[in-house]
Design a protein around this ligand. Structure first.
Ligand SMILES: Cc1cc2nc3c(=O)[nH]c(=O)nc-3n(C[C@H](O)[C@H](O)[C@H](O)COP(=O)(O)O)c2cc1C
Length: 112
């Protein structure tokens, strides 16, 4: 787990029944010394609350492209520049289908 020490990791949470597993993954990465930022899709928020991830990461959770917290041109720029690694695990079939076809709207919505 030393590989995660001082790494900047961006985690995307998608709206499947296994979204709770992302909370466990987030917790383990933080314990391993990583700095973790979380972004959620609208569907993800139906399965698990942003408060859980805020508590686990001690950071705000990104939920809306059009309400940037850090980067004036949108978090999809700032977060992507900062991250050493972008994880979406588990990912919904919907996300995988969009990513496979290079569709960005879903990625934008989760601000990454
Ligand atoms: C109860 C319930 C469980 C779901 N579980 C899954 C799942 O395990 N995997 C999956 O790919 N989609 C699942 N879905 C469907 C996704 O929520 C749906 O495709 C949604 O649009 C995904 O949005 P997102 O990819 O933007 O997060 C589930 C939906 C519901 C209502």
């Amino acid at each position: 787990m030393d590989a995660f020490q001082n790494r900047e990791i961006l985690i995307g949470v998608t709206g499947g029944i296994a979204a709770y597993k992302t909370a466990d993954l987030t917790s383990k990465l933080v314990q391993a010394g990583a700095s973790v930022t979380v972004a959620m899709t609208e569907a993800a928020k139906k399965f698990i609350g942003a408060t859980t991830f805020e508590a686990l990461t001690n950071r705000p959770v990104y939920q809306d492209l059009f309400e940037p917290v850090e980067h004036p041109q949108g978090e999809h720029i700032g977060l992507a520049r900062r991250a050493d690694l972008y994880l979406i695990a588990p990912a919904t079939a919907n996300f995988l289908a969009n990513a496979a076809h290079g569709h960005a709207p879903i990625l934008y919505r989760r601000s990454c």
